[in-house]
Design a protein around this ligand. Sequence first.
Ligand SMILES: [Zn+2]
Length: 433
Amino acid sequence: MYSDDPQFICRHLAEEAPNGYRYRFAWFTGYGKDLNWTCEDCAKSYPSAPEPWLPATKEWLAKNRDTIYWRGICGSPEIKHRQSGLSFSARDLELEDAPISFVDIRPVLGRPTCWQALSTTGRLVLFSTQETKILASVPLEDLGFEITGETGFCISPDNEFAVVSQASGPNAALVNVKTGKIISKLSRGDYHCENSHFPVAFFRNEDRTYLIAASDWNRLDLYDPATGKVLSERGPTCYVNKERPPHYLDYFHGGLCVSPDQQFVVDNGWVWHPMGFLRAWNLPAWLNNEWESEDGPTYRDLACREAWDEPVCWINNFTLASWGWGDEEWMVPAAVLIDVRDGKQLQWFPGPKVRMSGAWPPRRLTESFFFDQYLFAVHDNDGTTVWDIKSGDCLLTDPQVKPWRYHPDSKEFIEITQTGFRVSTLIDACAIE
Ligand SMILES: [Zn+2]
């Protein structure tokens, strides 16, 4: 049995279909995550329940699970709440002599309370929330594109390199964080580039830093960020003279997310018609096989639905939390936990609402899922909810806290505001006692 298999089915689904095609609706009973399956006609009668419900037996599921097509959802699962001693403590921060506004900010790993921010005027500003002061401010060389609300920004784990990208455009630049000089300019071409985040991420392997960036709609390359040299030279990944190349990948790469131990990367892209596909593969394996991102032995499909570039975060070194339960266009707000080593869904629970990225610009570039002991989900109107991932219980809702990023070393959430920054931390009253 799967964790989201039905308990009961309507009698029409139990019958053999004359033409072989059948559709099913997930019918939530309102008790926990309990759900049944119905046919389309019974779904139309919601909330009037079909009579009788028949048990969905193991044998019936084994025979029918993959041959009855998903068509929609009736009702909703129960969202559970539990009293907790959790609350947020927030403070607003203004930096003296800081540029007026920032487009994005990233934690400097290994340096608690230190953050690297990108200003709208093209400066990299390193500051500490503890000392409330700027530690370094460096102007960037001309990127060749404007810095706007659609500008992506990420830094390497050692804070040596940054990539500034057109999140919904074709161009990006790899820069030296200390000097602001451009190491190399990157491009993914303009074929449907507006429909997915510029794919870019850094990772570490055996004391070296690597950059992953898109060089075409369906191609990622590995780079040495110190020089900009391509480390994944290989044959063509697009048709040449109308001929399909070996290892051809019919997939638009999207936002990338590297596991805490730097072993896996998750790709949040899409395919025609359109459908979102979450994929994962192993990074050390990629260093030994230049085709690993196309069809290597460690490559796994994790989820398929009519949404992509939606929030994901790592629960541990091999478990990903991905937003949304369901399939295609029928989704309920939820967190789904997936093992990236085999692509299997481990668990899910309903409730977490997030900022949706959407398939068209302008899209949300801020993170909306964070994990540190609890899962944090951020929504623009509802603020932050905090979840126990074992029980699926909601432990706290704070409508005022809407962080963009999280610093794991100082356990600070940060949001860019009109006048500076808002820093929030989670307080556990039970832990203090
Ligand atoms: Zn029915």
